[in-house]
Design a protein around this ligand. Structure first.
Ligand code: P53
Length: 485
């Protein structure tokens, strides 16, 4: 196999999906804390209250209401998998598998409960310090996502979230705080998880979005790009050893037919969904096709000369991405659509689909790696990949050959890409320990090598169990990717 000697094998989680302890040690709320559980076809809902005390739930918090935790609702992220209290036990299990890297995120509202404070919450800082120290004990390199789907709710409700330019300053105050605090403990940082989702999933989240919705999506992205660039610059000033990456949701797009209309639509999908965010963060400027994307929806952005300067000065050191599936693009009337949670497009007849309708396509990973490396010539890391599947715990064991099969093929795809010249540095598979699904809020959509005894309704002992894939991955790491069978 072609994996370099110091390849970072590991796994990944996010604070909001794993930690739980949502209201402990001074933590403020995030949107995930007012979000209920869902399923493949039932969307997660947010709960809210109007000034007159009427409560409700829906896809969005309506105008005039604010997010509210309701007594008769269940919120899966409140407890997560209790990583907050069990991280020592969990990290020990990661070490047993031989992890070289562990990707996690910092909950912004643990450090700044509302997001606009000057002084950080010491208890929050202490928690992550203990986690990093625990990882270092086992020589596991932390890879830290700074913002993973958990902007403080207060910032969303009082400032309009990322629609407001002020968020840039709140974010850079947050990053400055953690870059100083964890100097020497952390080396690798990622600014925004799947930053491109805001535009890529706009049409999934809102049916037929208005021009106003596009305007807001592109404006939010712009402020995030600037915030990210400023953070990169700041990181390098604070510690020249810091390496900062972008994080893109890497869905590989294919044209469904060879109709030139489909070929063009496919290229435009790559541009809007994947390249737009990558280009700004890696090249430090908007791509030439940005004008076309904006014009299509009459978008007029607030972009200052200083912003453009910041973007130029804050290009990332590495390109990281998640990879789960590919999608097929067509302009033709399409009966056979994929109807999963956050999986869209036409059904690709050459691929198998998961229980959640995500296309299993290892070659798409090779395609993505080779294409992106050629475009940016930056070191790459696959920081999420895996199969969400229903597992059965029997006599303390979980037999998950489907997961092993999925990952084996994706590892082979990475191997091929490296052989073909791609500078790939690491692989942190998603949900290395079962956790709450971001898309559906389910526990039953499991990704882990470690089974967590918890059910969709919140019942369960929270006990951890090693799945068959646990022992398999241990061998993969020990053999540096050579022993896959
Ligand atoms: P879940 C949609 C499509 C691809 C990746 O997703 C996505 C999403 C959002 O649901 O998110 C990433 O849990 C994300 C993780 C998330 C993981 O993929 O819906 O970075 O937080 O858990 C898997 O199965």
């Amino acid at each position: 196999m072609s994996f370099p000697k110091d390849f970072y094998w590991g796994g990944a989680i996010a604070a909001n999906q794993a930690e739980g302890a949502y209201n402990e040690a001074g933590r403020g709320l995030a949107r995930t804390d007012i979000t209920t559980g869902g399923s493949l076809h039932a969307r997660r809902q947010v709960t809210y209250e109007f000034a007159d005390g009427t409560t409700g739930k829906g896809d969005f918090v309506p105008q005039g209401a604010h997010g509210k935790i309701l007594a008769d609702e269940y919120y899966p992220n409140h407890e997560g998998i209790d990583f907050y209290h069990r991280y020592k036990e969990d990290i020990k299990l990661f070490a047993e598998m031989g992890f070289k890297m562990f990707r996690m995120s910092i909950s912004w509202s643990r450090i700044f409960p509302n997001g606009d404070e000057q002084e950080p919450n010491q208890a929050g800082l202490d928690f992550y310090r203990s986690v990093f120290e625990e990882l270092r004990k086992y020589d596991i390199e932390p890879l830290v996502t700074i913002s993973h789907f958990d902007t403080p709710l207060y910032l969303e409700e009082h400032y309009g979230g990322w629609n407001n330019r002020k968020l840039i300053d709140f974010f850079t105050h947050f990053t400055e705080t953690i870059f100083n605090e964890y100097k020497g403990l952390v080396k690798y940082w990622l600014t925004f998880n799947e930053i491109n989702n805001t535009i890529m999933f706009l049409e999934f989240v809102q049916k037929n979005p208005s021009d106003q919705a596009y305007q807001s999506a592109y404006q939010q992205l712009h402020y995030q790009y600037v915030a990210s660039a400023k953070a990169v610059k700041q990181a390098h000033q604070i510690d020249p050893n810091y390496q900062v990456g972008c994080m893109i949701c890497g869905i590989c797009n294919y044209p469904l037919t060879c109709d030139p209309k489909d070929i063009l639509a496919n290229r435009y999908a790559w541009e809007q969904n994947i390249f737009y965010s990558g280009d700004v963060q890696c090249k430090g400027k908007y791509p030439t096709f940005a004008k076309r994307l904006w014009a299509k929806h009459n978008v007029n952005l607030d972009i200052t000369a200083q912003d453009l300067e910041d973007l130029k000065e804050g290009t990332v050191d590495l390109y990281t991405f998640s990879y789960y599936m590919s999608t097929a693009i067509t302009t033709h009337q399409q009966e056979d659509k994929v109807g999963g949670n956050f999986s869209t497009g036409a059904r690709n007849p050459y691929l198998k689909y998961s229980e959640w309708e995500w296309a299993d396509d290892p070659m798409g990973l090779q395609y993505y790696l080779e294409m992106i490396y050629d475009r940016y010539e930056l070191p790459l890391m696959v920081v999420e990949n895996g199969l969400g599947a229903v597992d059965k715990l029997e006599d303390g064991k979980v037999h998950d050959p489907y997961r092993i099969e999925y990952m084996k093929e994706h590892i082979k795809a990475m191997d091929k890409a490296i052989e073909n010249g791609v500078d790939l540095r690491g692989y942190t598979s998603w949900g290395c320990i079962d956790l709450v699904s971001a898309g559906t809020g389910q526990m039953s959509k499991r990704y882990g090598f470690i089974y967590v005894d918890k059910n969709d309704d919140g019942t369960g002992s929270l006990e951890r169990y090693r799945k068959d894939s646990f022992y398999w991955y241990k061998d993969v790491i020990a053999s540096n990717g050579a022993k896959l069978d």
